[in-house]
Design a protein around this ligand. Structure first.
Ligand SMILES: [Zn+2]
Length: 356
């Protein structure tokens, strides 16, 4: 560890929006819930949009803003050490969970982990999105109770795709009577069929509700349109909806904050198909109005969802170019990439128009 690079986090507050007032319309989801739930902590991304950071991305942005040219991006031991100490003292402006994202919409899951599990109070039952690992389930159910609800009120479970870190505990909710929704091309994994790499469910769901591209789903009046976006998995899907005054994209692993892209390490992952799916989203009618991005991992965007989407296209194009030139690269950290560009390095981040 290089002590010269010690960074005092004294003034650490990203952007100017730490104390930004909330502007959400509509009534609180349930009487007394507000007092028992953690308020969201809003900051601003380098692109100027309000975000709710997870720990890892918070540190990434700090490095993006403070690392000088030539410094090793991974030289962040001291930063993490200091950061973790302050995290323990609860003196850093980072989200705690459960957290209210919008009226009626909550983020659940372990505080110190990047998995995003959403709970939607539709008024006619609860919608749980990507309930994640079986080992998280006791915590998720505790958080549901903490918010003034009961796990038995989960009427629907929506799965963005078949990977175990999203679906593993879905069977337990099905056993209690929840309807489990997944794209038909990924449904084999929840039925417990021959598991594909990284697709794993603790208890099979015999009869999942399957949907396809363009379908409208209605969860107690919360209506959304399915946009099939294959590449990461065959049935990976995003969901576009309006919620009160917010235009929302639920994006699973397809689009993540500030250009973070899907893991593409399995045989069935297809880079060209993925790029095609990203353009499909970018050109989707009304996409220019998307504000809130609810991804399967990491930071949530409260505005500028399409900016993050554009950055994913840039990063994926960068990777595809290198792969076509013979590289085996399958991951690029967007904050590092955009930092290198900011520092003057010539990187080809021009979006590739077509997949082939
Ligand atoms: Zn995944």
């Amino acid at each position: 560890m290089d002590r010269r690079h010690f960074i005092a986090l004294g003034g650490l507050g990203l952007g100017a929006g730490c104390a930004r007032k909330e502007r959400q319309a509509g009534p609180a989801a349930a009487e007394g819930v507000e007092a028992r739930s953690y308020a969201r902590v809003v900051q601003h991304s380098p692109a100027g949009y309000p975000v709710v950071h997870d720990r890892m991305t918070f540190v990434e942005q700090f490095k993006y803003e403070h690392w000088e040219a030539g410094r090793d991006w991974k030289d962040d031991c001291q930063l993490w050490s200091d950061f973790s100490y302050r995290w323990g003292q609860i003196t850093l402006p980072i989200q705690r969970r459960p957290m209210r994202v919008l009226d009626g919409l909550y983020l659940l899951g372990p505080e110190d982990y990047h998995q995003c599990i959403y709970l939607w109070d539709t008024g006619k039952g609860l919608l749980l999105i990507d309930p994640s690992y079986e080992r998280f389930r006791p915590m998720i159910e505790t958080q549901i109770r903490q918010l003034g609800f009961h796990p038995g009120q989960v009427r629907w479970v929506l799965l963005t795709h078949m990977h175990g870190d999203h679906i593993e505990s879905a069977g337990a909710y099905a056993e209690r009577g929840s309807a489990v929704f997944i794209h038909r091309d990924d449904a084999g994994a929840v039925r417990g069929g021959k598991a594909m790499a990284a697709a794993r469910i603790a208890k099979p769901v015999e009869r999942p509700e399957v949907f396809g591209d363009g379908d409208r789903l209605d969860f107690g009046g919360v209506e959304m349109t399915v946009i099939q976006t294959p590449g990461h998995t065959p049935g990976s899907s995003c969901f576009a909806l309006d919620w009160m005054t917010n235009r929302v994209l639920i994006s699973g692993d397809v689009v993540l904050h500030f250009g973070r892209h899907a893991w593409m390490g399995a045989d069935y992952c297809d880079w060209d198909q993925y790029l095609e799916s990203l353009w499909k989203l970018y050109r989707y009618p009304g996409a220019e109005n998307w504000e809130v991005l609810l991804p399967g991992h990491g930071t949530l965007d409260l505005d500028g969802a399409r900016d993050s989407l554009y950055k994913v296209i840039q990063v994926v194009s960068y990777i595809i170019r290198l792969r076509r030139a013979g590289s085996e690269i399958d991951w690029a950290d967007p904050y590092e990439l955009f930092w290198r560009q900011k520092m003057g390095e010539k990187l080809d981040l021009e979006p590739l128009e077509t997949a082939t």
